[in-house]
Write a protein that binds this ligand. Structure first.
Ligand code: F6P
Length: 326
């Protein structure tokens, strides 16, 4: 199929580096003589025909900016067959014959449905701070979010240490512990709690009490928001039920959406630029229904349905390392 006009959109939770990815996709497409249309507010904007023509100039000076100039959304309407049919109609009316979809698992799942139900050619780019997409070693935004979380943990360590306190620091990761694990290692956390591991409250108590009573020092427990007990506040509650914790001065710090913002790191800018360009190249070469990723530093195409139906495993060795080093 010959492609003349490409639609580009960002969807789901925004991630630092999405703008760099948009820029790369637009400029790579323009260099091939293709027309580019920006679809605003993800699938919600697609259903409403909220489209904007784009050229080289429209992506000037955005590489270093967080968020997404195309805006993002989570669309309930697109989860219905009727919503997707309306989106396909809008794309047809605008003469868009292929899409570059930048987003996380939900966005790539929605794109897969659009492709199978309406024959739309789509190539996905992994854009989420969670790093939980099968088919790529790293997702756009992960490195920036990780560094933001780590900077906060370093600051929390200062005050925790000054008061010999226990801090439960909650980081993002609804279903996965990639951010928690990496910033736990990087921040020297005493414990890391992630959704991929059962939370054994008894073992956690024992570990914290032994660390904090024998050495009288601060402790930081990094908790992924998707931890099975329900996040840092719930862990605190579970600890507080034990009288032994009456003498442990405990605080909770939920880092929240601060992790989603900010200027992308160099690593994210490079990754996003490579993937945005690779997505357009894949479309031109006739690939669709795939996500572009980077595996062992090479661009790799993975069927989009594998990306959201298969689980990307965390590195269990890193979890062991946290325990060994704390
Ligand atoms: O998927 C990215 C993410 O930041 C998750 O880590 C988090 O659970 C979720 O998005 C929050 O989504 P929202 O901004 O819609 O509350």
């Amino acid at each position: 199929m010959d492609i003349h006009r490409i639609g580009v959109f960002t969807s789901g939770g925004d991630a630092p580096g999405m703008n760099a990815c948009i820029r790369a996709a637009v400029r790579r497409a323009v260099a091939e003589g293709l027309e580019v249309v920006g679809i605003r507010r993800g699938f919600a904007g697609m259903i409403e025909g909220d489209f904007v023509e784009m050229d080289r100039q429209s992506v000037s000076n955005i590489l270093q900016i967080g968020g997404t100039i195309l805006k993002s959304a989570r669309s309930d309407a697109f989860r219905t067959p009727e919503g997707r049919a309306e989106a396909a109609t809008q794309l047809g009316m605008a003469g868009i014959d292929a899409l570059v979809a930048i987003g996380g698992d939900g966005s790539l799942q929605g794109s897969t449905h659009l492709a199978t139900e309406h024959g739309v050619a789509v190539v996905g780019c992994p854009g989420t701070i969670d790093n939980d997409l099968f088919g790529t070693d790293e997702t756009i935004g992960f490195d920036t979010a990780l560094n933001t979380a780590l900077e906060s943990i370093d600051k929390i360590r200062d005050t925790a240490d000054a008061h010999d306190r226990l801090f439960l620091v909650e980081v993002m990761g609804r279903d996965t512990g990639f951010i928690a694990l990496a910033c736990g290692i990087g921040g020297g956390a005493e414990l890391v709690l992630i959704p991929e591991m059962l939370t054994d409250v008894g073992a956690i108590k024992e570990r914290i009490l032994s660390l904090m009573t024998s050495q009288s020092r601060s402790s930081i427990v990094v908790v992924a928001e998707g931890d099975e007990l329900g996040g840092a506040h719930m862990i605190r509650q579970a600890l507080a039920e034990d009288p032994a914790f009456d003498r442990i001065d405990t605080r909770v710090s939920v880092l929240g959406h601060i992790q989603r913002g900010g200027s992308p790191t160099a690593r994210d800018r490079v990754l996003a630029s490579r993937l945005g360009a690779a997505a357009v190249e894949a479309l031109i070469e006739g690939h669709h229904g795939v996500m572009v990723g980077v595996v062992n530093n090479d661009i790799k195409l993975t069927p989009m349905r594998h990306v959201w139906s298969r689980k990307k495993e965390i590195d269990y060795d890193l979890l062991q390392l946290t325990a060994l080093l704390s």
